[in-house]
Each structure stands twice: as structure tokens, then as C-alpha cells.
Write a protein that binds this ligand. Structure first.
Ligand code: FRU
Length: 499
């Protein structure tokens, strides 16, 4: 019985598991930061995921800490995720964890920031060197516009850098410096001088670094920040600083909504696009997981955005954000409906299992009970009935025998020949048979029975006729009146008396 119940429950759980819509692939996403650019990337990933219901992502954010990011990647490895997406904080420091994941056989997509070496499955990200070259182009253009300053004054460029160990910061700086050097080699007149302060990708850091710079340096001719956030931080530092004068133009990087808005509002001058393309990252993950061909190294294009195109781009971006938000809302609602549906189904299944089990138990109980009753009838009641029937049969036979015995004894009471042999002959029974049967019916032997009947008849005669004791004793074949008297007294308890 226990086995039946366990099997039913197991079957139900199996049915629930099979029909539930749990995604088949689990993807770990390790993000180095949680700024606006990365939120856009996360949104794009989630939107693309709607097209891949067999995949689910679990996201962990390292908040700019290499150690935390390595630990988070290691926890994804321990959970045996099916694929890992990493946007490394700093290339060298995060590389060991990425390599560990890759070496245990987890496909790794490196997104946006590269890691050194080639132990990864796919890369999708912008061309940071090219971003640096765009920065150089813009800087040298501004320097050319301004023309050569007097008294050997340099054209001052203030670079606000991202986190030094991250590939975008390194490559953007490199691209810019090499671009400027190339322009110099190609005959750039201005004496371009670059000074760098560290913003580590954050607006607040950039604000402080630029403010500190302004305290001890003349106003730069241009500011180039490695991202829009830091460009805005630099702009705010400039407007807040007491040594105001002509505010220099500022270039940012990313071209995300807040950067576009800053351009439209005239806070910063321009920005270079740096696409996040979370959708492409997820699409590539799907190709890898489904064993389809995929591009190993995807480098995204970058272009310059200035005030002439910032406004339409901002509107378009806002519209996309709204769509994404609506989509996200829709997704959340759908998920909650799915959850409700799954819960309802589970309740229903448990309900059915419960009543089905109850039904089986009742059935088994009735079956067992019936078998017990049948066994009882077979082993106890039927034999008893048979015994009773036999007893009834026997007593019927005995009655018939007693009747015949009584008849014969009655007929021959006064006949001196009435003895055991005579009676046996009349009833067609041997001496032994006669003795056994008379004993069964009357509890005494045939001779005692005959004597008892004779005494009863003698008593009747004494009471109903004028016969004397002597006459009655002779009539009923007693050997003498004395013997009759003795027997009479023994049987009735008193002496016989005639009328
Ligand atoms: C966001 C960000 C962007 C930048 C990119 C480089 O975390 O700082 O602003 O362009 O990372 O990886």
C-alpha cells in the first residue's frame, strides 16, 4: 500500500515537473558596475530573453570590486551555470576567474570590456581604441580651430579617465594619444598637451578630480571624459568653480540617454557612441547553447554625436526606453500569471492525488475487510453450521428410534419374553448397538428402561384397577411381589399400595 501511494505521488510530481515552464538553460551574468549604461545593457538582455523562453539569467553586480566579481564568478561556476556572461571590472584581476569558468567547460561570453588572453568563447563590445581615435580627432580639430596660441602656450587637454586597469580606459587613452601624435606628425600646428585625472567611471569622482585640477591649473582648452557620466561631472565641476571664464567644450563617451540630454541642454558638447547591445549578447548565448554557429569576436561600431543629431537621437532613445519599460512590465505581469497558473495546477494535482489516494485506501480497506469476513465464514461459521445440521439430523434419528423403542416395549410390557435379545430382534439391532442407542437416547441401558416402563405401567394398574400388588407384580413379569416392591420403592421412593 505504501508503495502504491509513493508511486502515485512520484508520478504526480513528475507530471508537474514535466509540464512546468522552467527554462532549460541558466545563464550567469557578472556585471562589474550598475550605472546607467549597464542598466541599458541589462534591459536589452531581458528584452531579447523574451524570444528565448528556454533561457533564464541570474545577474550579480560587483560594484567596481575585482575580488567581489571573482567570487561571484566562482559561485556561478559552483552552481554549474550553462553559460557565463562577464563584463570584467579590470582585465588582469578578473581574468583568473574567467579562465577558471572557461576551463571547467562553461562557455564564456566577454561583453564590453575585454580580458587578456583568449580563454573565452565569444566577445562582443565596442572598439575602445577607435573611441580613443575619435577623441583625438575631436581634440585636434578643436586645437586646429583655435589656431596657435601666443607665447608658446600649449593647447591644454584635460582627460578624465575611467578605472586604469580596465581595457576601455587603457585603450581609449592609447587611441587618443596615438591619434594626437599622428596629427602632430601630419603637421598639426598647435602644441597639444594632455593631462589626465582619474574619474574611475563615476560622476562624483570626476567632479572631485576636475575641481582639484582647476584649483592648481589654468582652465583647460578642452575636456575629454572616458564616459558621459564623468563628462557631466566635469561640466558641473567647471560651473561650480570660482575661476570662471570661457568654459571649455567637453566630450564624453557612450551616447546613452543622459549623455544625449546633456548635449541637448548644452552641458557637454558631444559624445562618441559606445553600444551596449545586451540583445546581441543574449542572441549569441542562444546560438552557443543551441550548438549553432556564432561569431567569436564582434566589434561594435562607434560614431560621433554632436548637437546637430543629439535631439532626434534622444527622442528615439526615450521612445525605445518606454517600449522596453512597457515590455518589462508586460513580462513581469506574464511571469506573475505563470506563477499563479503553476501554483493552481500544483494545488489541483495535490487535490487529485489526495482524493485518489483516499479512494485507493478505502478500496483496499473494504477488500481486506471482506476477505477477513469470508475467511471467518469459511473457517468458523460454516463448520459450526455443519455441526448443528449434523446434530439436528442425529436427534431426528434418535427421536424416531425412541418412538419405535417405546412402541415395542409398550406392546410387550406384559410379555415375559421381553428382554434385551427380544428387543434387539424386534428393532433389528445387535446387543451392543441396542445398548449404545438406548443409552444415547435415555441415558440408561435397555434392561433399566424396560424395568422403568413396567414400574410405570404397574403404578397405573395399582391406581386404576382393583388388582393387588401380587397380581400387578405377576402381570408385569416381576419374579415375586417382594422383588416388585423393592424395585417400586427404588424408583418412586415409596412403597406400592393397592386401591
Ligand atoms: C559603464 C561604463 C561605460 C563605459 C564602459 C566601458 O560601466 O563605464 O560608461 O563606456 O563602462 O566598459
Amino acid at each position: 500500500m505504501r508503495n502504491i501511494i509513493v508511486s502515485i505521488v512520484a508520478l504526480c510530481l513528475l507530471v508537474t515537473a514535466c509540464t512546468s515552464h522552467e527554462p532549460q538553460y541558466r545563464i550567469g551574468v557578472s556585471q562589474c558596475l550598475d550605472d546607467a549604461w549597464r542598466q541599458k545593457m541589462n534591459y536589452e538582455m531581458e528584452r531579447e530573453l523574451l524570444l528565448h523562453p528556454d533561457m533564464a539569467i541570474s545577474r550579480r553586480i560587483a560594484y567596481g570590486s575585482n575580488e567581489l566579481q571573482c567570487a561571484q564568478i566562482d559561485s556561478f561556476i559552483a552552481e554549474r551555470v550553462d553559460l557565463l556572461i562577464v563584463s570584467p571590472n579590470e582585465a588582469e584581476q578578473v581574468k583568473p576567474a574567467v579562465t577558471r569558468a572557461y576551463r571547467v567547460g562553461i562557455p564564456v561570453i566577454v561583453a564590453d570590456r575585454r580580458v587578456t588572453g583568449d580563454e573565452w568563447t565569444a566577445f562582443i563590445g565596442g572598439d575602445n581604441y577607435k573611441v580613443g581615435r575619435l577623441m583625438a580627432q575631436w581634440v585636434t580639430g578643436k586645437a586646429t580651430d583655435q589656431g596657435v596660441k601666443g607665447k608658446g602656450e600649449p593647447f591644454r587637454v584635460l582627460e578624465v579617465t575611467g578605472l586604469p586597469g580596465s581595457t576601455p580606459a587603457t585603450l581609449r587613452h592609447k587611441g587618443m594619444m596615438e591619434g594626437i601624435d599622428e596629427a602632430k606628425g601630419e603637421g598639426l600646428k598647435a602644441k597639444v598637451e594632455v593631462q589626465s585625472v582619474m574619474g574611475r567611471w563615476y560622476k562624483e569622482n570626476a567632479y572631485e578630480a576636475v575641481s582639484a585640477y582647476l584649483d592648481s591649473h589654468p582652465m583647460p582648452d578642452v575636456i575629454v571624459a572616458h564616459n558621459d557620466l564623468m563628462a557631466i561631472g566635469a561640466a558641473e565641476a567647471l560651473s561650480a568653480h570660482p575661476t570662471k571664464g570661457n568654459l571649455p567644450p567637453i566630450m564624453g563617451v557612450d551616447g546613452i540617454q543622459l549623455g544625449l540630454r546633456a548635449i541637448v541642454e548644452g552641458k557637454i558638447t558631444c559624445s562618441a557612441t559606445y553600444s551596449s547591445r545586451g540583445d546581441m549578447v543574449i542572441a549569441t548565448a542562444a546560438q552557443i547553447l543551441h550548438g549553432e554557429p556564432f561569431v567569436r569576436d564582434t566589434v561594435l561600431e562607434t560614431t560621433m554625436i554632436d548637437a546637430s543629431i543629439a535631439y532626434p537621437m534622444l527622442r528615439q532613445d526615450e521612445a525605445i526606453t518606454r517600449d522596453l519599460e512597457t515590455l518589462h512590465l508586460f513580462q513581469t505581469q506574464t511571469e506573475s500569471k505563470w506563477r499563479q497558473l503553476r501554483f493552481d495546477r500544483l494545488v489541483l494535482i495535490l487535490f487529485v492525488v489526495f482524493f485518489f489516494t483516499l479512494f485507493i485506501i478505502t478500496l483496499a480497506y473494504v477488500f481486506i475487510k471482506q476477505r477477513k469476513i469470508l475467511t471467518e465464514i469459511k473457517h468458523d461459521i460454516i463448520p459450526q453450521l455443519e455441526d448443528m445440521q449434523e446434530a439436528i439430523q442425529l436427534s431426528k434419528k434418535d427421536e424416531a428410534f425412541a418412538e419405535r423403542l417405546r412402541q415395542v416395549v409398550d406392546d410387550y410390557l406384559t410379555d415375559p419374553n421381553l428382554n434385551v435379545e427380544f428387543l434387539g430382534g424386534k428393532l433389528q439391532l445387535s446387543r451392543t448397538q441396542l445398548f449404545r442407542r438406548v443409552k444415547t437416547v435415555y441415558g440408561k441401558g435397555p434392561l433399566d428402561y424396560i424395568r422403568e416402563q413396567r414400574l410405570i405401567r404397574a403404578d397405573q394398574l395399582l391406581h386404576t384397577t382393583d388388582m393387588t400388588i401380587q397380581q400387578v407384580a405377576l402381570e408385569l413379569c416381576f419374579s415375586s411381589a417382594g422383588y416388585f416392591t423393592k424395585c417400586y420403592k427404588e424408583y418412586f421412593g415409596h412403597l406400592p399400595s393397592a386401591r
